[in-house]
Ligand binder design. Sequence first.
Ligand code: NAG
Ligand code: NAG
Ligand code: NAG
Length: 434
Amino acid sequence: MGSIEEQPKRSILTRNSICSKLKILLLVVSTNLLSLFLFSCTFDPKWSTCGPRIHAWNSAALLHELNATRSDLSGSRTLAADLQRRLAVTNSLLQTLLAEVSRAREDDVAAADELSGELKLAMGPHKLPLGFTSNLDTDELYPALGAGCFKFQDELVEYMSYEVGEECPSDDIFAQRLMLKGCEPLPRRRCHPRSPAGYIEPTPFPVSLWTTPPDTSITWDAYTCKNYTCLINRNKEKKSYDCKDCFDLNGREKTRWLLDDAGGLSYGIDAVLASKPRGTIRIGLDIGGGSGTFAARMRERKVTIVTSTMNFDGPFNSFIAGRGLVPLHISIAHRLPFFDGTLDIVHSMHVLCNWIPDVVLEFALYDIYRVLRPGGLFWLDHFFCTGAQLNATYVPMLEGVGFKKLRWTTGRKLDRGVEKDEWYLSALLEKPMT
Ligand SMILES: *[C@@H]1O[C@H](CO)[C@@H](O)[C@H](O)[C@H]1NC(C)=O
Ligand SMILES: *[C@@H]1O[C@H](CO)[C@@H](O)[C@H](O)[C@H]1NC(C)=O
Ligand SMILES: *[C@@H]1O[C@H](CO)[C@@H](O)[C@H](O)[C@H]1NC(C)=O
């Protein structure tokens, strides 16, 4: 989480240089203190460990001591002069530093002014009312905002440009792109998204589960297709789209996860549920769940599934909601918004695979482990990669996270009957009970 202060690069630079100057200053001061210590040490008789010892009964020794003291004294004079010189240097350094600090403060004020009204308000921080500060261990409230937001300030300014209380700009695609660049979560806004024209009440449940929602349930501004018929018909096109056939509820969606392809990569929902005591899989998450069919099938089995999806090439979130299921608009990079040890099942098909940077994937797997309750299931469905990646990277990574394997199937991907070095992994994993 960032603060306003992180944002202007200029003031970060100044602050860094102030920081290094401060270090130099401290160094100079400490060197001088050391000199002072050595200096005082030589003359203070109380410092018995390093002060001179006077032997009054021995005149030769006394003379020797006197001589030593005299030479010490002349040494001290030099030291004193040296100290004076250094003090002057320190002084001027301090003056420069003070000047820089005040300039940086002006920079900060200027940078804060650069943030226009809404953006500044949306980013905070905001002072908490007295009496509420102790609960939160801070006296300021920072709205949640993705770290990437600070890298794309121009886009953020554009995103936050609207009339308060009026209609928001039609910027779904723009906003999602900003999220995918790391500005996730986006800042909140004080405008109304445009309502679709001619909205009608949704299809009642449970018919809604397998009914294409009415076209009037969304605004189509962001999409090339202007209705669901167009999205469904796009199956016949050669062009590739994300989750191309997902919107056709009478096509492949209708049979997904119904059968268990014993020994194969496609597990069936009933077989998976049967791996745990009846009724103990009740709530869960489908990561990148397309049009929500996994959640629909689970709902029919009295399991509540939240479906996370972005709106790639289509209004996936609205479609899922139209079916009477819960869509969650977060990317794969987002920390799962569930508390530790709470979900019975997490499923993911065709989304977690080798396009995700290894480190990001490993963090995601640990996050899935985190949100699962002990004994909870992680159904990794058709994880795609090359054979070499599978053995060298993904198998060790999955094993390293600490899941127990209930089922584990690898198989080559057939591409129009041709076997390539493209592999799928399907696995049913369990978070250990202890
Ligand atoms: C006193 O010190 C000087 C050098 O600083 C040396 O030449 C001289 O011999 C010393 N005298 C005695 C009595 O130690
Ligand atoms: C659906 O949208 C397409 C364009 O995207 C249009 O050509 C077609 O007429 C529309 N169909 C209906 C039923 O509105
Ligand atoms: C992966 O490793 C297993 C066992 O070590 C081996 O049998 C298999 O051929 C390897 N697969 C690939 C695609 O390299």
